[in-house]
Every structure is written in C-alpha cells, then in structure tokens.
Design a protein around this ligand. Structure first.
Ligand code: GDP
Ligand code: IMO
Ligand code: MG
Length: 435
C-alpha cells in the first residue's frame, strides 16, 4: 500500500506545491482533500511557473490522475479559469476527477466572507476573501450545495428553494444584496454542471480501488498545521482541518490508508493574515527573509510576516500528523546571514513551555528561547555542486543546522530544497516509495 501524504508544518506556503510536484514523478494519483481556492501552490518547471489554487499539483505531470476530493470547497469560476490556464500551456484536464460530494462556493459565500471580516474590525482574521469560512459553515449547517447537485436540475432547484431565502436574509442583515437572483443562480450552476460533468464522480471509490491495486497515491495538503481549525491558532485559522486526519474524511479513505507523511517545513517561518507568531521578526533579518524569500502571497499578493524557525510549531506538527519525515524548503534564503536562530521552547511568565499552547493569552506572553548557530554564505553553497555531490557538499554550518532540526524534531529530513525549480531539490530518501 504505497501512499504518501504531503502536509504543511507551519502556517501554509511552506512549498507544498513544489514538493508535491517533485514527488509526483513517481505517483499514479495526487489527491487534494481539504481547503479551496484560498490555497496557492506555486510550481516552477523550467521556465514555466504555475500558480494552482484548486487543481492538485500532480496536474503538471503526464499520466498522473489528479483528484479533487469531497473535503474541498470548490469555487466554480476559479476552477474554470485554472482549466483554461492549463489548456493554454498545451495540457489537458483528461486526468482530472472531482468528487460529487465536494461543496460548492457560491457567490454569497464570498459576499459574506467580506462582510464578516469587516464586522470583525480590528479583530479580523485576514481571510483570503474566497468565501471559504461561510462555505464550510454551510456544509456543517447542512445548507450547502454539492458538485453532484449541479447535475440534477430538479434537485438543485429544490435545494436553492430551501437555502437561498436563508442566505438572502443573512446577506441583507449586513445591509447588502444578493448578487444573483435565484433563477439566474440556478442557470449559472447548471451551466457549470454541464462544463464539469465529465470529471464529476465518486472519487472515494476510485482512490480506494487504486490503493487496493497497489497504485502509488499521494495526498496533497493545503494550508498548514497552524491554520487547522482545531489545532491551529484559533480563531486565526482557516475553516478546515489541514492535518493528516482530514485525509480520511476529505478523500474518503480509512485511517490505515495513510502510510508515510512528509511535513513540508520552510527553513524559517512565515504567516499571512492576523494571529499569534512568537518568532516574528520586525527587524532587518525579517526584511531579508521577506525580500530574498519573495514572501508575498500566491493568492492575495499580501506580504507574508517572517520570523525564525519555530521548533515548538514543528514538533506540534510532527506529533499531530504522525510525520515520518521532513522536506525542508527555502534553505537558500538563509544564506549570507551571519547567524541563524531556531526557537526550541517558549518562556511564558518564567515557565519553560515546549508544547504549543491553545490559549491566545499565553501565546501573547510567550517569548522565544533560541538556539543560535553560525550562518553560511551563498558562495559556499553552490546549487550545481550540491546537486552533483549531495549532502556532503552542503556547507558545514548548514549541515549543523539540519542535524539540529532532525534531532529536535525526532524525524529525519528526507528532502531539501534550494530554489523554486523542480531540479533544485536534493533527495535523501533511502527508498523512494515504501511498498
Ligand atoms: P505552498 O502554498 O505550500 O505550495 O507554497 P507557495 O507556493 O504558496 O509558496 C512557496 C514559494 O516559495 C513559492 O513561490 C515557491 O516557488 C517558492 N519556493 C519553494 N521552494 C523553494 C526553495 O527551496 N527556495 C526558494 N527560494 N523558493 C522556493
Ligand atoms: P496554501 O495552501 C497561507 C490564511 C489566510 C488567513 C486564514 C483564514 O497556499 O499554504 P481563509 O481564506 O482560509 O478563511 O483565511 O488562513 N490562509 C493561508 N495562508 N497559505 C494558505 O494556503 C492559506 N489559506 C488560508 O491568510 O489568515
Ligand atoms: Mg501557498
């Protein structure tokens, strides 16, 4: 049963897209299981750069079946434009499958996302504005529309009859209007139903069949552990579970189907939007990370907040996801700093705390306890040498940094990444797939 999950260890944007695309070389299926178009996964292959929001990162690889699982919330317009982008690059969506049970993001979800964010004022979450929270809220409230519903006009009309008036009252309570009349919304949804009909199916059956037949199945996470609705920095989180547990419910597979879990971990920390961030830097080093790392959001273009690597966060992620190894990205960005720091624990009111607190009040008082190490120069870290000679060609101080992280996290580093490109990656795995 060769399956592999790729999960973000931090607040998203760790480089999951790049690592998933890299690993998909050996995969038969790549499955997204949660999130929506709030995700932005960047993949660079040669001179081509892809920014994917809904399509699984396997879509760039020939012969890989790309599955949008039931745990996603699908923005139909966004999906259409991503498919158009794919066609423009000469690729087809022949290998795409979409779950009939995935919920649909409707225009009023975006309206409500904006209205709720404004109502929160200074306490805003800083959402991506893609309607994610209101759509998941409707799913749980049993007021959602699902992809399969778009294929059945009679049922869809019944659903809208039930749901639309409730949503209209809510939108009006914010002093706003619905952007589409019910009948016009029905027509739009039916058109999308026709467009996506060839791809909509019971994806859980095909994923389980693939696993049974010994196919290599990857599960691609969106967002990251610290944005998880239960275990992230609530309420400054997204509205889905982003941890490995969500694979079961979001793809429709049993717990036994998740074998290896690679935690994609940036060599430092970033976050977009509001909320606690103990190792955040407001100095020249923070600016270095932002500029050299190009830390501007793939989805919204917002600057990302930057800080040192936080092992309290990484250990939280290793524990919650059962991570079996780490893929460490953006090591190149730390080059040329005289020293690098890693947070190993927090000081909260004089107490040493080494697990991530659930309380925002405690986090507000947390001071990072750092381990400081000597840095390395970009001159000592030539990508071409490293690609040729592997781990041994890494600068001594970088190896010390990596060894420290391995020991502290308690899991090996399997992959290291030195740049955006697919080829700027060193693979330290002993076996490529566990079969
Ligand atoms: P994701 O949401 O986790 O897939 O990550 P994003 O794609 O939103 O953000 C990661 C950014 O870092 C993208 O622009 C990637 O092209 C880039 N990136 C990934 N790995 C590396 C790396 O090792 N070095 C550098 N310099 N950039 C990287
Ligand atoms: P990828 O998959 C980084 C953040 C938003 C906001 C919070 C809630 O590219 O790593 P939402 O729109 O989901 O209700 O916003 O979550 N957020 C992300 N931050 N990367 C992402 O996805 C994110 N998806 C949501 O900035 O703070
Ligand atoms: Mg991203």
């Amino acid at each position: 049963m060769p399956t592999l999950a790729v999960i973000g260890s931090q607040w998203g944007d760790e480089g999951k897209g790049k690592i998933t695309d890299y690993l998909a070389e050996d995969a038969d299926l790549v499955v997204r299981f949660q999130g929506g178009a709030n995700a932005g996964h960047t993949i660079k292959v040669g001179n081509e750069v892809f920014a994917l929001h809904l399509l699984p990162s396997g879509i760039i690889r020939d012969g890989v079946l790309s599955v949008i699982g039931n745990g996603l919330v699908i923005d139909l317009e966004e999906l259409r434009s991503e498919l158009e982008m794919l066609h423009k690059t000469g690729r087809t969506a022949e290998m795409l499958r979409i779950s009939d049970r995935a919920n649909v993001v409707l225009p009023y979800h975006r309206t409500l996302d904006g209205a709720e964010e404004r109502a929160r004022g200074a306490k805003g979450v800083g959402t991506t504005g893609r309607g994610i929270g209101p759509c998941y809220a409707d799913k749980v409230a049993r007021a959602g529309i699902r992809m399969g519903d778009l294929l059945d006009e009679v049922y869809l009309w019944e659903r809208l009859d039930t749901v639309y008036p409730q949503k209209e009252r809510l939108v009006q309570s914010f002093g706003m209007k619905m952007e589409q009349e019910k009948a016009s919304l029905l027509r739009t949804l039916l058109e999308y139903g026709n467009l996506f009909r060839p791809y909509i199916t019971d994806t859980s059956v095909l994923i389980n069949d693939a696993i049974r037949d010994g196919k290599r199945v990857m599960f691609e996470g969106a967002q990251g552990t610290m944005l998880d609705i239960d275990y992230g920095t609530y309420p400054y989180v997204t509205s889905s579970n982003c941890t490995a547990g969500a694979i079961c419910t979001g793809a429709g597979v049993p717990p036994s189907a998740v074998q290896d879990v690679i935690g994609v971990t940036k060599a430092y920390t970033t976050r977009v939007g509001a909320g606690p961030f103990v190792t955040e830097l407001h100095d020249a080093v923070g600016l270095h990370l932002q500029n050299v790392g190009g830390e501007f959001g793939t989805t919204t273009g917002r600057p990302r907040r930057c800080g040192w690597l936080d092992m309290v966060v990484v250990r939280h992620a290793v524990r919650l996801n059962g991570m079996t190894s780490i893929a460490m990205t953006k090591l190149d960005v730390l080059s040329d700093l005289p020293a690098v720091k890693v947070c190993v624990a927090y000081d909260i009111d004089g107490q040493i705390v080494d697990t991530y607190p659930g309380s925002l009040a405690m986090l507000a008082k947390a001071k990072p306890i750092y381990e400081e190490m000597e840095g390395w120069t970009s001159a000592s870290c030539k990508a071409s040498d490293i690609m040729r000679k592997g781990y041994a060609a890494l600068p001594k101080n970088m190896r010390k940094y990596l060894d420290f992280i391995t020991t502290n996290a308690g899991v090996p580093i399997d992959i290291i990444s030195f740049g955006k490109g697919r080829d700027e990656t060193i693979d330290l795995r002993k076996r490529r797939w566990r079969i």
